[in-house]
Design a protein around this ligand. Structure first.
Ligand SMILES: [Zn+2]
Length: 158
């Protein structure tokens, strides 16, 4: 069973008008809770990975909750700005507003951002289970390099 219509989603982040964003939200809006809808969750993660990889970012699935982390092609150690959105939804719900729309905007931002700028993108999983993916992403707090408490540089560059 095809959970996400790849034809609708292909190349649809951004564009000259809202049609690309609308199509991407429609493609993302499938039940995709990590536990209740694992196949939809995995398919959504794959879609996000594919979009970011096609834009030339270094993409990895990280941590026990499967966050998608897309690093720009910049020298190691450079401070980065991260743009994030959670990609899961509440159980058995397409979650178009919460948070397919946010993921679509994040992907549109990625499309408009050169992959050698100091900007990375993170799609968090398991937000609807109590921020599990984003909490995992920022822990343990970085204690080196004079970074702020929530710096993720140690994991980012590991
Ligand atoms: Zn949400």
């Amino acid at each position: 069973m095809l959970l996400i219509d790849e034809r609708r989603a292909a190349g649809s982040a951004g564009g000259d008008d809202d049609r690309g964003l609308r199509a991407l939200v429609q493609a993302l809006a499938v039940p995709r809770h990590r536990v209740a809808n694992p196949r939809g969750n995995a398919a959504t993660r794959e879609l996000v990975c594919d979009h970011l990889a096609q834009l030339g970012f270094h993409v990895r699935v990280e941590g026990p909750f499967g966050n998608v982390v897309a690093r720009p092609r910049v020298p190691r150690g450079r401070p980065l700005t991260l743009v994030g959105a959670h990609f899961d939804a509440v159980p058995d719900c397409p979650g178009a507003d919460d948070n397919a729309s946010g993921v679509a905007v994040m992907l549109a931002c990625a499309r408009e951002t050169p992959n050698d700028a100091s900007v990375g993108f993170v799609a968090f999983n398991a937000e609807e289970e109590g921020l599990l993916g984003s909490r995992d992403f920022v822990e343990p707090p970085c204690t080196g390099w004079g970074c702020s408490r929530w710096c993720t540089c140690s994991r980012w560059w590991a």
